[in-house]
Design a binder for this molecule. Structure first.
Ligand code: ADP
Ligand code: MG
Length: 156
């Protein structure tokens, strides 16, 4: 039997002014996440990736005050409603160190995983949420969110 799949990728683009608006965008995404969701964050230093994850933490029902850059702890965990949000920053890690983090295991264990500098993980999943943050000058940022959905088409 032949199965056919189509990937469609709904894209949302929004502009924020100030950190709190970026947090609000993250909170909105966080509310929609399910166990096993992976969020890959892309953007330069200071683009607002950590601010976005702070909002995500609020959205999954965790304490947003705990959220800071996990650059030195590798992975931070925040307990949400019925899920744990794992927050990873790959900025300073070498590819071999990234492989040793066990990110696949966290995902397989149905955690919610948010990854800053996701482009550094060659083995990152392709069916993840992607969030791109760009500087637009001063306190303005553009946030592009790509939500992959995999639809099974009728067999022909
Ligand atoms: P990253 O994790 O991408 O390096 P952070 O979230 O740690 O970035 O820092 C973003 C910085 O930019 C903070 O100092 C924040 O106050 C500031 N900022 C200004 N405007 C915005 C905005 N619209 N969205 C997010 N952060 C903003
Ligand atoms: Mg950061």
């Amino acid at each position: 039997m032949t199965e056919r799949y189509a990937r469609s990728a709904p894209v949302a683009v929004q502009e924020t002014v100030g950190e709190s608006q970026t947090e609000a965008a993250g909170e909105s995404l966080g509310r929609s996440l399910r166990a096993g969701s992976v969020v890959l964050l892309y953007g330069d230093l200071g683009a607002g990736k950590t601010a976005f994850v702070r909002g995500m933490a609020r959205g999954v029902g965790a304490d947003a005050d705990e959220v800071s850059s996990p650059t030195f702890t590798l992975i931070q965990e925040y307990a949400g409603r019925g899920c744990i949000l794992h927050h990873v920053d790959l900025y300073r890690l070498e590819p071999a160190e990234i492989d040793d983090l066990g990110l696949d295991d966290l995902i397989a264990a149905r955690g919610v995983v948010a990854i800053e500098w996701a482009e550094r993980w060659n083995g990152r999943p392709t069916d993840a949420v992607e969030v791109w943050l760009e500087h637009l000058g001063e306190d303005r940022r553009r946030i592009t969110t790509i939500l992959p959905t995999i639809q099974q088409l009728p067999v022909t």
